[in-house]
Design a protein around this ligand. Sequence first.
Ligand code: ADP
Length: 606
Amino acid sequence: MTNPAQSESDVDASTLVGAAPLESILCTEELLRRPSRPIDHEKENSALLALVRALADSPHTILQTLADKVLEVLQADSAGLSLLTKDEKRFYWAAISGEWRPHVGGGTPRNFGPCGDVLDRNIPMLFTHWERRYPYLSSATPLATEGLLVPFHVKGKAVGTIWVISHGSRRKFDAEDLRLLESMGRFASGAYQTVQSIEELKVEIAAREKAEAAVREMASGLQAKIRRLLDSNIIGIFIWVGDGGIIDANNTFLSIVGYSRRDLVSGGLNWRKLTAPEWRAVDEQRVHELQVTGTAQPYEKEYLHRSGDRVPVLVGAAKFEGAADEGVAFVVDLTDRKRAEAAAREIERQYQEVRQELAHANRLATMGQLSASIAHEINQPIGASITSANAALAWLRAQPPDVKEVGQALDLIVESGLRAEKVIDRIRALIKKAPPRMENVQINEAISEVLALAHGEIANKGVSVETQLAERLPALKGDRVQLQQVLLNLLVNATEAMSGMREGARELVISTAKSNSDHVLVTVQDTGPGLAPDGLDRLFEAFYTTKPNGLGMGLSICRSIVEAHQGRLWATANKPQGAVFQFMLPMPHGENGNTRAEFGRVKPRP
Ligand code: ADP
């Protein structure tokens, strides 16, 4: 027996050529003409009951039960159910009972077959010898003498047909058969719908179960990962609950706080109690953050070690998803880092101390070089005082004493005394060993003072000095003594460089200017032998010197002072000859929009 569904799968219009017209195989009106058999409610009800039972017991076989019951109630030779395939191109014989039972799985095309005609018109139809129009049905044996079909709807949509067939002349269908078929069809439609809903529900349940299983798997994977992290002992980890209780922890955490696993298991550990009292307020802020966002960003605090010592730590925490008040905390012991930081701070402090000592020593050395000049600076007003005092004595001894002249002489003595006092104050300031301090420094004034101290030395070496000081420069923020030390060094270096020259002018020019609107530029230029190009890079290195008695510390100290003032010091060649040393210092905030100077924290230069 061949399966018509396979032989006629794609019937096209050409099949219609020579086929009997639809009307010639239709005899639906016969149903009404034929004497109707009496209604057998009992049989009908028992069939419906059987369907209900099938639905309850095994919804999968509901369609087959329907075919069986239709066959039985209608006393047909074959009965079945055709359903549209998903692509709606064919009817598929989903369940068959009776003689055509072996054809189950077969079917007819949607566009050319009895089922299609029934669905097109959406009415019941009675056919006789349909193989005359649909030749492929000749292979479905035994042939159908009559076939009665009704549309089958599910959720308002026609999805197939229910049919009964008589293969001989024993059985002719009538109006009662149609009523029964339609009644059972309606019931089957409801049942089918229920089955479908159950199927959909099953799919939904399966999907939900799959999702739940995935979540369970993920959770257990996560747990495993947390456990691995816990066991890895790279950082301290503990699992906390709402009141601060620690319900699990790794060895690293236990050793950070100095407790044993037994202490943990006995439930005696609580991170709140482990926290040093002054950190509790910070903790509460983080707990709030944790409650709002689910995580507490890492922050520093101190735990109390069992021994009573404090342990600096970095702590971050996260709440477990879905858990009301439970989570994990990560703890990094900062003891070593803090120790290293303290050591670094101490080294820095010592460096600054040495730097200041050195700067001081350099200042003293430079002042030593200027001692003759300085002595002259002090001697000069003292000499003037002596002269004035002698003059005053003479005016006193005169007859009559000239009190007016005496007064003028005394005024000059006071003036000279004040001058000497000022010079001594400046020298004392330069000699004093004092920590750096921030003050307003008028750079032009600082230059004039330094020049006053050095000018004797400069003049002795046959050097002429010219100053080109810019007007209305704002006061700089810095350490006056340190900045004067820089100026002194540059002046002494320039003077020394020129003093060795046999010929040529010995000119020293000191100028100040505003540079690029937010810096003050100080330039010291000389007409000495200049700088060796290969030594340019090394000039500012500590211990670089070309002088037989030089220390080579001056320029290195100058640079570190200028850099500590957020400035820059550099050297270039002077044209046509000599050297130019320049440094730039930032103007204070407000004058120029620049940043504050901060000093005393320079890193050692290599
Ligand atoms: P020192 O004066 O003890 O040598 P410095 O650090 O002050 O140490 O100077 C380093 C070197 O830089 C000097 O030995 C000299 O060779 C060079 N130098 C500094 N200033 C000048 C200058 N104005 N002209 C030429 N060379 C200079």
